[in-house]
Design a protein around this ligand. Structure first.
Ligand code: MOS
Length: 690
């Protein structure tokens, strides 16, 4: 029997529920010191003074590290988007945003560090800040083209002029925060000239490399492990402030140091999804054929670091419009530097695009599913490249059948249940898939087991369990004979748990290593180790449009007297390639849809325009969907297979979130007859007065 395709509970499930699984702040370490981060209270300016002497006499305090005493970091260091000044903590007296770490207080106990940090006098020279993001901001400029250039297919203006129906609207999404259950934490120490860190991140190999660059160390001097990580969602995709500050302290005091951020500091000092402000114009013929799609998304960045929120991703993939134009714009403002979060780009982008497509269907009086079926592309609408596979039509048809779409009256505001208006909505999504070069090693042990070593991370998704299944099938042995080692930068180059590319990237490397091992199995020598690196195989792939696809259906009930929106049902159908573990994959998709629900109804980082500060920096103020908000959620798979992946895989990490907010907003329109173009769908926005 094939392990891939079989539902299995998580290998580490028992360790997690019994508390034996150790997270970054749990590791028992001798002689441990604790660091407490102090963050700026102003949005822009300079540090006037930090009175370290005032706390040095406090119980247990070893010292304070600030810009006057911190080691110099390498300004060239960065990760995916080039040099990243967001990482250059404690390098000068400049305060670039509220919540920027300005000092680390180090003490014998956590309580002593916290008390001293609370007592540390810090004063600032405030300077005017600008946190007022909008598409019209004078600093707006084209985004980096790291995900490809803007689309320019056909003559958008001419096609709009020739269209029977034109929808033009502006959509907004707020700053949002990843809110992993485990706050960012690290335990770091030196062993001789080798730095050791147990850190909460999504990719220890990348974290170690960036850390080495920052501190001007040789890569082999840094070892980062992340055995168990309590959620990531992009917010642990880079090097967090905890890691940089803990290394500074471990270096200075020559003892192991633990730094765990508070929930508030996770909001203030790690990363967020940027706010977006998106204009969309779509023109269509009376029969629903799309003539033009014009999508101009703007998003906020920080002057400290480049970041691309690729909101136009779906616009280049989903529809066979005659003309397609996208213009992705970045607007630098004085906030926390944004970074990837849960379907980065695609998620806010899909809210704009899939709302606008629904508006077109409504204007034409067409079933929004029928509209989509009439605009299915044969090749990439912008690239002209073939799709490796698509199956969006299968998602729509299967989802519609399961959801009971056929009975829908497409006119808005036609279903009442007492004081409630009821409506349904649909939206579709794509999310780019593929594999990123990674390496793996397999050792045939003397006892007949195989040790499979890969620098993967399991951030709670079930990666361990999935990779064990892939390794077992690739080696043609039962899963019991696989010993998986992951989450250690010493295991070599491997992609991060991100971009919906963890399982594809790691599985490919394991599959290649397993093939090499099977060739050597007659070799009597034991233990025997083989290694593989997928750079060449992945580099040799033909360029194609490779994506996972989905259709998400929502039913909502709206109380116009209170403005309350309740999601009653969510159903998603997914074409995500071959499914490695139906149990954990389904969990990821259901979780992703809940994140989309949360985005639709609740999540909003509120920034005070006067102080520039983020106001709701805790889970009481920053609302996330809780059990009471979550209705029946169903995730179904349609038969799908990625022909260019050795195991037929695409990815499930992010597509559950993408377009779910649009499906809900479309259902709210269907219930009420009013378009909501700003997220979240707050009571005050939905409330109908008079
Ligand atoms: Mo994801 S937002 O690529 O961790």
């Amino acid at each position: 029997m094939s392990e891939v395709g079989t539902a299995r509970p998580r290998i580490e499930g028992r360790a997690k529920v019994t508390g034996r699984a150790r997270y970054a702040a749990d590791e028992p370490v001798e002689d441990l010191l604790h660091g407490w981060v102090v963050v700026s209270t102003v949005s822009r300016g300079r540090i006037r003074s930090i009175d370290t002497a005032a706390v040095l006499g406090m119980p247990g305090v070893l010292g304070v590290i600030d810009h006057r005493s911190a080691p110099r970091l390498n300004p060239e260091a960065g990760m995916f988007f080039g040099p990243d000044a967001g990482l250059l903590l404690l390098q000068d007296d400049v305060v670039p945003h509220a919540g920027r770490p300005v000092a680390l207080v180090v003490a014998e106990t956590l309580e002593q560090a916290r008390a001293a940090a609370g007592a540390l006098p810090v004063t600032y020279v405030e300077e005017p800040h600008d946190t007022a993001f909008s598409a019209e901001h004078p600093a707006a400029r084209p985004a980096l083209t790291i995900y490809g250039p803007d689309a320019d297919v056909g003559d958008v203006d001419a096609e709009l002029a020739a269209s029977a129906v034109v929808v033009g609207a502006r959509y907004r999404t707020p700053e949002q925060h990843c809110c992993a259950m485990e706050p960012h934490a690290v335990t770091a120490w030196w062993e001789g000239d080798r730095l050791q860190a147990i850190d909460a991140n999504q990719g220890p190999f990348f974290a170690a490399g960036t850390l080495a660059a920052l501190f001007s160390l040789r890569p082999d001097q840094v070892r980062v492990r992340s055995e168990h990580v309590g959620g990531g969602f992009g917010g642990k995709g880079g090097v967090g402030p905890q890691l940089i500050l803990a290394v500074m302290a471990a270096t200075r005091f020559g003892r192991p140091v633990r730094v765990a951020l508070t929930r508030e500091q996770v909001f203030l000092a790690t990363s967020m999804r940027p706010a977006t402000d998106q204009r969309v114009r779509i023109g269509a013929d009376p029969d629903g054929r799309l003539r033009a799609i014009h999508h101009e998304p703007a998003y906020s960045v920080s002057p400290l670091a480049e970041y691309v929120e690729n909101c136009a991703e779906l616009t280049k993939t989903l529809y066979a419009a005659t003309a397609i134009r996208t213009r992705l714009t970045a607007v630098p403002v004085d906030t926390l530097p944004p970074f990837s979060m849960r379907g980065p780009g695609a998620t806010p982008g899909s809210f704009a695009l899939e709302s606008a497509v629904d508006e077109v269907a409504a204007r034409l009086g067409l079933d929004p599913i029928e509209l989509r079926l009439r605009n299915e592309p044969v090749v990439g609408p912008v690239s002209g490249l073939p799709f490796s596979g698509r199956n969006l039509v299968a998602c729509l048809r299967d989802g519609a059948r399961r959801f009971g779409w056929a009975d829908r009256d497409h006119r808005p505001r036609t279903r009442r249940e007492g004081p409630l208006l009821v409506g349904t909505g649909v939206a579709v999504a794509s999310f780019s898939s593929g594999a990123i070069p990674s390496s793996a090693a397999i050792t045939a042990e003397a006892d007949g087991t195989f040790t499979v070593a890969i620098g993967a991370t399991d951030i709670g998704t079930g990666a361990r369990t999935a990779l064990t299944a892939v390794a077992a099938d690739a080696l043609r042995v039962p899963a019991e004979r696989i010993r998986l080692r992951i989450a250690d930068s010493d295991l070599g180059f491997a992609w991060v748990a991100g971009g919906s590319r963890g399982t594809t990237s790691w599985s490919w490397a394991i599959t290649e290593a397993a093939a090499a091992m099977r060739e050597r199995l007659s070799d009597p020598e034991r233990p025997l180790t083989v290694t593989a690196d997928t750079a060449q195989a992945i580099g040799a792939l033909e360029p194609k449009e490779r994506h996972a696809f989905s259709a998400v259906f929502a039913e909502v009930a709206v109380d116009l007297a209170t403005g309350e929106v309740r999601v009653r049902r969510l159903l998603g159908t997914f074409a995500v390639g071959r499914v490695v573990n139906p149990l954990t994959a389904r969990s990821q998709l259901v979780g992703g849809m809940i994140m989309g629900l949360s985005m639709a109804l609740h999540e909003e980082g509120v920034r005070d325009p006067v102080s520039g500060r983020h106001l709701n920096t805790d889970l009481a103020g920053y609302h996330i969907a809780s059990h009471a908000d979550v209705p029946e959620v169903e995730a179904h798979f349609v038969a799908d297979h990625e022909p260019d992946d050795p195991s037929g895989l695409k990815g499930v990490g992010e597509i559950g979130t993408v377009s779910t907010a649009a499906a809900i907003a479309n259902a709210v329109w269907h219930a009420t007859g009013t378009r909501q173009r700003t997220l979240p769908l707050r009571l005050d926005r939905v409330l109908e007065v008079g």
